[in-house]
Design a protein around this ligand. Sequence first.
Ligand SMILES: [Zn+2]
Length: 439
Amino acid sequence: MKRVLLENAAILTGAAGPFFTDGALLIEGSKIAWVGDAAKLPESLPRPTERQDLGGRVVIPGLVNTHAHGGLSAQRGCCDDGDLFEWAGALAPHTSHLTVSDNRQSCRLAILEMVRNGITTACDCTRYGAGVFADEAAAIGMRSLSGALANSPEYRRTGRPNWPLARIETEEAMTRHAGDARVRFYLGAHSPYSCTPELVTEVKRAADALGLPFVIHLAENRRETEITMERYGVSPTQWLHDLGALDAGAILAHCVWISERDLDVLAGSGAGVAHNPTSNAKLASGVAPVPAFLERGIPVGLGTDSSLSNNALDLFQEMKLSVLLQRATRLDGFAMNAEQAFAMATSGGARVLGWGADIGTLAPGMEADLVVLDLHHPLGLTQDRVVSDLVYHARPSQVRAVIVAGDPIYENGRFARVDSEALLAEARAHFSLSERNQP
Ligand SMILES: [Zn+2]
């Protein structure tokens, strides 16, 4: 088996440390076999088959994007204004005609961007083509949790019905990727306002039967609460709980409009929250009560959401904004800190996706998903300075290399498995042709 020793590296193993200024990390196959102070490398470890000098660069756990819509990447910037519902109405003409091949081209662009930005795992949502993101992520080497969000034709009139299509496509993709530990799937429903209770119940049952997580957008916008109050007399969170869909297998995107009572329901459920600070601000949705989630032990990860609602697939930006928005809106300089933001982008996100036993920190036995960064501090690197810089100062351009499951998939602008320039050219040709073909 391949055993690669990364040495001469400053290693931050997780948000709370430990941090090794002169660290070493041994990768054995897809997993981390040892990490620590280079001087303490045990004699008893099996000899590495390869050694890599990282020249003092910083190594961190790979970033986990808990909410994305890769299939909308090509439409970036076509629709930048309005709140969630105004925006969704305005973008429909730009997205309702999209084909599965458009989705595929866009997913590629999204994955290339994510990997360049240090993202090693993403949870992606689409409407049709549940396995497309997984196919493209697997080709590039990124870890993924993919699926499609079902919606009810009664509430979403554009497009063909996508259930049970989403389940069928997901099962086909599961067969296609059987045996690839980097590829996982979920079943999902779009939202309380676009799904009937019957549909949500059916999707959740199917997810449980297949042993898959369940994804839904929840309590994103104030109007959503008004809609569920009008239709069912309860909040979106209570509604989901009453349907039996809120449990440890649930991944909830947004959770902005959460009452004190909803907080109790959430905390008791074991469900995780995908927090999307930029998207929530851009679509005038509000600021999610993240400090309250963290206080109650609710798992929270960070998400970029789509290229239409963000528009960058950049978790450095999300980390910084997640802290700043809390402080600015609460007038409390202690509302959140950098360590909490970095935890959400790594171990928190892994926990939300049900992947916490394998990814999110750098420790023996964990998958070797890591990012190598060019990060310097005038006073020298310490744990506090690295965490502070990662959240408040660093940029994706400082990402030098990305390793997933022990596999170097990106280094100094080049992807190991694909020719990114050729893929970009292919996408440009594809979309200019499909623009010409539109009525
Ligand atoms: Zn979404």
